[in-house]
Design a protein around this ligand. Structure first.
Ligand code: FES
Length: 135
């Protein structure tokens, strides 16, 4: 259990139903991004990975809400998710959900908390893997 929290953005940067803020992290052993949004006044964050096909949701960077601003939407095939829970509410993500990230908001700043699966991007710079192709 870690007490570390990582700064995402100032609170004012997260507008209600507005653009999301992306941030880098490591999911398992892979480079990935998380994103934070604000809904009903509360900041929420998720791993930026669709439950349908494991790719990022935002075709236009930071564009996570669909036009009604009631749901998060994957730009690839239109899966929609509840902003408060990340649960799939329609489309090809049926039965799935976004991976939540613990968020803390204090002193007008928004932070995320790493866990057993999601860790800060910089913490893994010493990782050595054999996935590169050598010609
Ligand atoms: S990849 Fe997100 S809906 Fe298909």
């Amino acid at each position: 259990m870690t007490e570390t929290v990582i700064f995402i953005c100032d609170s004012e940067a997260l507008e209600e139903g507005g653009k999301g803020i992306r941030f880098p992290l490591i999911a398992g052993s892979e480079d990935a991004t998380g994103f934070a949004i604000r809904y009903n006044g509360t900041a929420h964050a998720y791993l930026n990975r669709c439950a349908h096909v494991p790719i990022e949701l935002d075709w236009n960077e930071g564009q996570f809400f669909e036009s009604s601003r009631l749901f998060l939407m994957c730009s690839t095939h239109g899966a929609i998710y509840a902003p408060e829970t990340g649960r799939c509410e329609g489309g090809p993500c049926r039965g799935g959900r976004l991976r939540p990230i613990t968020v803390e908001e204090r002193d007008n700043q928004v932070f995320w908390r790493p866990d057993e699966y999601l860790i800060p991007a910089r913490a893994s710079t010493s990782t050595n893997n054999d996935s590169e192709n050598h010609e």
